[in-house]
Design a protein around this ligand. Sequence first.
Ligand SMILES: Cc1cc2nc3c(=O)[nH]c(=O)nc-3n(C[C@H](O)[C@H](O)[C@H](O)COP(=O)(O)OP(=O)(O)OC[C@H]3O[C@@H](n4cnc5c(N)ncnc54)[C@H](O)[C@@H]3O)c2cc1C
Ligand code: FES
Length: 265
Amino acid sequence: MKDIKAKILSNKLVGRVYYKMALEAPYIARAAKPGQFVQIKCSDGLEPFLRRPFSIYRLKAEGSRLKGIEILYEVVGKGTEILSGKKEGEFVDILGPLGTGFSLSRASSLEPRAIIIAGGIGAAPLVYLAEELKKKKIKTIVLMGAKTKGVILCEKDFKKITPEVYVSTDDGTYGCHGFVSRLFHNILKTLESRFETIVYVCGPHGMLRGIAEICEERGFKCQVSLEEKMACGMGACLGCAVLTKSGNKLACKDGPVFNACELSW
Ligand SMILES: Cc1cc2nc3c(=O)[nH]c(=O)nc-3n(C[C@H](O)[C@H](O)[C@H](O)COP(=O)(O)OP(=O)(O)OC[C@H]3O[C@@H](n4cnc5c(N)ncnc54)[C@H](O)[C@@H]3O)c2cc1C
Ligand code: FES
């Protein structure tokens, strides 16, 4: 993990309140794993004082050389508002890569199959994961849920990686009508059983819990990425405790990715 001043290579509006920012950070790009995050100091002043956590959305390469990382973020408050006003060529302090990301290891000799489930901005860490799964030639299905058509994120990214991308919207304006957990139920009816299925999820807490319950019923391994509020982001302040079956753990250090069966929902 390193604390660096990273040059902003680009910072573009990509949806109603969503931005993609590319940062020059070769060390972080080389060390990063899917599901890890960086802490960014959004302001040059004191307000907001704390850094803000953002998942590593993609690595940025120039030819065969890793040049940096990209983040995908939603403007929700002061820090992200300031970040959205930053211009190409400016610098921001970033600390990373941080946390424990997704595990790609297999538990059996069956052929692996990954099901990625993204809710809203929860898509951000899952694109990098899908890219790594593709490199490992693991068959991947992506399910995406959003409130409405205008806020579906990363559909094109996922479609470049796998042909099996399915979308649901809560209001039925695009894809299947209803929550992504219902879409997951429907997809499960069509799946062959000869694979070892691993489910990777990021999104709102209720969605994570719903998907985790379905996985438990079906006996699937399930890894969830939690978006807890964080302060230091590196295990020092104990401000991001998560209750697990073996006591409290820290979302910033032991997570943000946890095995769903380990958590006390
Ligand atoms: C490990 C991790 C990875 C994350 N990755 C991303 C990402 O890739 N893209 C992205 O857009 N956001 C991500 N988040 C959430 C992001 O950190 C917050 O949206 C951001 O800190 C808000 O800062 P702010 O100053 O703009 O808003 P604030 O003024 O601090 O808060 C505005 C609103 O956002 C809510 N909020 C603040 N922090 C969080 C949080 N951690 N989780 C959920 N809601 C929060 C507050 O309750 C409040 O309602 C991630 C969070 C974590 C913990
Ligand atoms: S945010 Fe400080 S310990 Fe996790």
